[in-house]
Design a binder for this molecule. Structure first.
Ligand SMILES: [Zn+2]
Length: 607
């Protein structure tokens, strides 16, 4: 006997066997029991969710001589005829192939004839939205006054393409996309009946890949049973579906968690040697980080993860290495790179750059979390660690408790994934906090900074300066700035070593209209270019304000280089405009508090 594919063999034969569409099958069974079957039905819904199967069951009950509680008997000659596709009074028509004038005429004629074997004729028209306007018009006439012995069951994946006049004459039922659990449950039932050994997680993985279609799920199971030796396992399913080896993917996740770009790139090189497809790899990494994100998110969402217990255990080991906002950023970046990999001239380089990028990602904190915590007065929870080395290790459960203690209950909207949406704008990064312009190797300069911090006399000088400044800030002139410049540079070096080194070579040459002009030798031009990005400049402006207790802007000039000075003055005027807007924001109490408590700065603002 030839092999019968599972989807056919396990096609539901009664309303009760249809999975996941109880809301429809209940109504239909009731109608059968009451003898109130409508002459035209429209079944809509995604593919593979039971529309055609239900239409056939309906066709059976219409002519069945031995109904059982509204279900067909599946034993009488009519039922058996439908099951075998040999019932002449049940006609299945593919909408796509019945669009021509001749076919429509044939259909019309056929409807006019009496049934050949049984009491009624049933027309099942699949993908009915494909019919031509001409065909719809012909149908409409029949639907307006259907012959007593004729029934229609239309099925479609695109109900919006069907004329309203047709729809309004049908009893409509919408079939829902099947849940993973519903498909997995059916696959399990099939495995048990077919005496196939299986791993539960393997079936869930198959169900997930079926994307809501029972038919696809059953076909995939077919493939796996045929290809695997004996047992349907997760790794067999991965192999057959062309999914990447989980171990390799985990190896990537671990190396990214370790913040080790060298190892990540080496692993990528090895994987490429092994013939891994970059697009698939990006997809698998995306899936991995997505699952980490789900595990890190508040609440137990494990049911949304389709992995074996071992895999979930491995993921749980990595959870502590990431903060939720980091994971959201990583997921976003991997999402963005996937379509670009298809068109990139050198996809390998593109993936390399993204992997290094996410490996070196700065720790981020959701600004709304911060605000909520600040409002509750719990600074200890929110205050990030000072050092820049590695990520903060945090047990997710403890973290969640801490969040609760931090008073997030008062602002529930800031919790969970919903609260992350705008973090791209509101992100708070350590880089910003440290006033670090992009200045050579980030890590090494940060180390220099933290080494310099304990011994430097900065804070006390700053205090002194603050006091002096408070007395008469308007007295500040070029001379007094020049006098205290060395102290200021020392103060800056405790905050930002690289900026301090640059300032060491500068001299304040002009102070007018709130703009201080810094002169530096030609030898420091390269340094100046690096510091003079918006971030570096704003950091300097903020430190000037802190030290001299007066708002001032900065322009640079090379000794003997008037052109640069003029350009810089133009920049300074623009910056002065920008900084007045920034001042207004800086004056807001909540912003003030954040800046104070975190020694932060406003990196940018939108008027
Ligand atoms: Zn029957």
């Amino acid at each position: 006997m030839s092999y019968e594919v599972l989807a056919r063999k396990w096609r539901p034969q009664t309303f009760d066997e249809v999975i996941g569409q109880d809301h429809i099958t209940r109504t239909l069974r009731k109608a059968v029991e009451l003898g109130r079957i409508s002459h035209a039905y429209l079944f809509s819904g995604p593919r593979g969710c039971g529309k055609t199967s239900t239409a056939r069951i309906l066709a059976k009950v219409i002519n069945c001589s031995e109904l059982r509680d509204g279900n067909p008997c599946n034993a009488c000659s009519s039922c058996v005829g439908v099951i075998r596709g040999k019932n002449l009074d049940v006609m299945e028509i593919d909408g796509a192939s019945h669009t021509g004038v001749a076919e429509v005429r044939d259909l019309q004629e056929s409807i006019g004839y009496a049934p050949s074997q049984y009491m009624n004729k049933i027309y099942i028209i699949d993908e009915v939205h494909m019919l031509s306007t001409h065909a719809f018009n012909a149908l409409l006439k029949t639907l307006e006054e259907p012959p007593k012995h004729v029934y229609f069951v239309f099925a479609t994946t695109a109900p919006h393409k069907i004329p309203e006049t047709i729809k309004s004459r049908c009893q409509r039922h919408h079939f829902k996309r099947l849940e993973i659990g519903e498909i997995a449950g059916q696959l399990e039932k099939i495995c048990q009946a077919e005496k196939v050994e299986y791993e539960q997680e393997a079936l869930r993985l198959l169900a997930r890949k079926a994307e809501g279609s029972m038919r696809d799920g059953e076909s995939l199971l077919d493939q796996c049973i045929t290809a695997s030796t004996g047992k349907v396992t997760t790794s067999a399913v991965r192999n057959i579906l062309g999914l990447l080896d989980a171990e390799m993917v985990f190896s990537f996740l671990e190396k990214i968690a370790d913040k080790n770009p060298t190892d990540v790139l080496k692993q990528l090189d090895r994987s490429i040697d092994e013939g891994v497809d970059l697009l698939e790899l990006a997809g698998a990494l995306l899936e991995g980080f997505r699952d980490l994100m789900i595990l890190t998110a508040p609440g137990d969402l494990r049911e949304l993860i389709f992995r074996s217990k071992d895999e979930i255990a491995s993921l749980n080991k990595l959870v502590a290495a990431f903060e939720l906002p980091d994971l959201v950023t990583i997921v976003e970046r991997l999402c963005n790179v996937t379509p670009r990999l298809k068109t990139a001239s050198d996809p390998r380089v593109l993936l390399e750059s993204v992997l290094v990028d996410i490996t070196l990602l700065d720790k981020q904190v959701d600004i709304r979390d911060l605000i909520a915590r600040l409002q509750s007065g719990d600074q200890a929870v929110a205050k990030p660690e000072g050092g820049g080395s590695g990520r903060k290790t945090r047990h997710p459960e403890k973290g969640r408790e801490a969040e609760k203690e931090g008073g997030l209950e008062t602002a529930p909207d800031t919790r969970g994934l919903n609260g992350i949406g705008s973090k791209g704008v509101a992100a708070y990064s350590e880089q910003g906090k440290d006033f670090m312009p992009d200045f050579g190797d980030r890590n090494s300069s940060r180390e220099t900074m933290s080494q310099a911090a304990p011994s430097a006399p900065g804070p006390s000088i700053a205090k002194e300066a603050d006091t002096t400044g408070t007395e008469s800030p308007s007295d500040l002139d070029l001379e007094s700035i020049q006098e205290r410049w060395k102290d200021f540079v020392t103060f800056v070096r405790t905050k930002n070593a690289s900026l301090g080194i640059f300032l060491d070579s500068t001299t304040p040459s002009v102070f007018h209209g709130g703009i201080i002009q810094l002169e530096f030798p030609k030898s420091a031009v390269v340094l100046a270019e690096r510091v003079d990005d918006p971030k570096g400049k704003q950091a300097l402006v903020r430190m000037l304000k802190k030290f001299f207790n007066q708002e001032m802007d900065v322009s640079y000039t090379v000794v003997g280089g008037a052109d640069i000075a003029r350009k810089e003055n133009g920049d300074a005027r623009r910056n002065a405009k920008q900084s007045s807007g920034r001042n207004a924001i800086e004056q807001q109490p909540i912003v003030k508090k954040i800046i104070e408590d975190f020694d932060g700065e406003i990196v940018t603002y939108r008027p």
